[in-house]
Design a protein around this ligand. Sequence first.
Ligand code: ZN
Length: 395
Amino acid sequence: VTDGSSAPLALVGARVVADHDVLDPGHVVVADGRIRSAGAGEPHEAVERVDLGRAWLLPGFVDPHVHGGGGGDFTRADPASHARAAAFHARHGTTSLVATTVSAGAAELRATVAALGGVVDRPSQGARVVGIHLEGPFLCESRRGAQDPAHLRPPDVGELERLADVSGGAVSLITLAPELPGATALIRRARQLGIVAAAGHTDATYAQMLAARDAGVAVVTHTYNGMRGLHHREPGALGAALDLGELTCEVIADLVHAHPAAIRLLVRAKGPHGVVLVTDAISAAGMPDGSHSLGGSQVEVVDGQARLPDSDTIAGSTVTMDAAVRNAVAHLPADMPQVSRMASGNAARLLGVDGDVGRGAPGLRADLVVLDDALAVTGTMVGGRWVHGPAPGSG
Ligand SMILES: [Zn+2]
């Protein structure tokens, strides 16, 4: 499988979602796996055309926090399972994702990260895996959520270096609790290694978050979840997330992890450029209710909601990026270009891959998603190839 290198193709007649407006109708010309041009109306070039019949055409979704889906699981060392998850999420419009691990024993985590390193940036039949997100093991026990307490440990620069090494340099994001002893050194080392540091599963105070920001933390992992609530005398990690402009905030927009009003407050506080929609999806996403796994833990899924057995603790989600986008459109004070940035461009920027993906601009990869009037995915193109669809008329 290679990136598309066939004759140029023009996607026309679409509502093309651009940075700040919607080109209706607009077009995108794709050639050699990249976007060659985009604009209003019809392209001037005489190239093969696919009429999308007023469908929405957006940059493909970029999900920096996803553990699995469709029965495929990034939390284990199994390339076939990774491919399954990447293909599942492509059917839901994701074109780039960061494969996300959970806390595990050192040897097991190394094996998983080594296996994931082998699929990063490789062509596939699904979304491109653009990096690895280590969610743990350096997390706060009292804010651990579904992370296995047996595998939590204090920040260890040597362990991070070994993980980065066995991954072939593919670790791009690490979620840690910045109040733990040794966290500041770990954050600094992460930045030296080109790894974005995120605060999450944390009981940090506001002052500790200020120090974390100064050390280099740039992201708040699933804002609202895995942190203390907002208190007016001790704003904590949530208050820092809302208040500090340097922090980009993930949010799980499944309407289970956070109430629509809470997500609206976040978007009002940060602006649409400061919020990143993530799925936090686990292998059970897209699968029937019942018993599933997350890392070494068993989870029970009822009505699509994953929890630890006999517990109220939410254990990841079963949401997909297209559903998160539909929820955002339905509940947020944001237009389609703003929702698109929350689903694609902002994540690309925080990962440092915005010169390659996340926008529908010339020169970037032809990673695109076609949505119908109900915002259901009818086509997904990765690197100029339809990995899902094909969209109407292309076929
Ligand atoms: Zn997660």
